[in-house]
Design a protein around this ligand. Sequence first.
Ligand code: SF4
Length: 403
Amino acid sequence: MRRGACPSLPEPMPTGDGLLARLQPLAPLTLDQIAGLARLAAELGNGIVEVTARGKLQLRGLTPGTAPRLPEAVAALGIDVPQGFPVEVGALAGLDPTAHFDPRPLARAISDGAAGLVPRLAPKASVVVDGGGLLRLGGLKADIAVGAGAGGRVRITLAGVPLGEASAQATGDVVLALLESLVARGNAARMPELLAGEGIEPLRRRFGLAAPVPARDEGVDPVGRHALLQGTFALGVGLEFGQVTAATLARLADAAAEAGARHAEPAAGRALLLVGLTPEAAAGLKVEAASLGFIIDPADPRRRVHACAGQPACAAARIDTHALAATLAPLLEGRDLHVSGCPKGCAHPAKAALTIVGLDEGAGLVVEGTPRDVPARLVPATRLREAVQDLLQKDETLMKDLA
Ligand code: SF4
């Protein structure tokens, strides 16, 4: 696997519990396809399926013997994965009556236009196209993020820095030109480097764009019921720590099919959307999903707890993230807690009220930051509970930040 590349179907990534394969289906999955993926997770992997913070599906615990069979097995289920440059869109793209625009045609144009650049682009270079509406992708890190702007225009943001707003037609060309500029800086270049080298104002002048007025970009939690076009509904269910067993996923697929759902969509924020339900069917399926252990309420405190695979599943992990998250979450009383096995922070790209990060020298406690920030305290993992309690009681800064 290339250094820094994301795991994919043909190039799974070695982790502590075997090989991990990631897929981002091009189209919504039928419930038969979801059941088929659950079967493959059990047959070829260790039976754990994940939906990531970015809404991608992952199968864990593959072996060098089983992993090569996965791409063909996924194709046999009729699941298409992007062949060119992958552009991310929201889970309700094309279905959300409150969206400002359908992001799929623009995403497809960028994906096709950038296909030839893939070998020369940094492996993790990312473009997100967010049509606005219910579910937003604004919280995701992206080299280039495209979203709804004012007056039907489209806003372009570079590594979190607003570039400007352009017509939908012009946006595709601007994005492709920016990707070309990244390529010109070498095959490891990311947007922060381009911004540092060229400066935001010269980039605005180059594309004839003005600085946009600041805008809040907030959607709703994917967990819960969402009204769709044509009078149907989607039910979003959350996965605790972004994981589910193959057997439970298969049972959810059965229940969703019985409820009349048409398809399922993995959604950013570790959730699955079951799409095409009547209100009555959504209510029944919600009860069923809760009994299977899925999170059905966006206010469930587990939605505010983020933990990556951790030990022993990830070789880079220095702490058992799931066990620690379960122990520490009640202390945070519903505020954001992020437990990360190492500074990479796979589970949660944004800041959290309290982040616990596994380091070679112990567990770091970061207040209002990310696992990459300098910890306020460093303690042995075995003393973490007492240290968090102590921090919550004594640290005035933390108490102020959490208030
Ligand atoms: S954050 Fe680190 S420990 Fe956790 S899954 Fe990612 S690489 Fe592994």
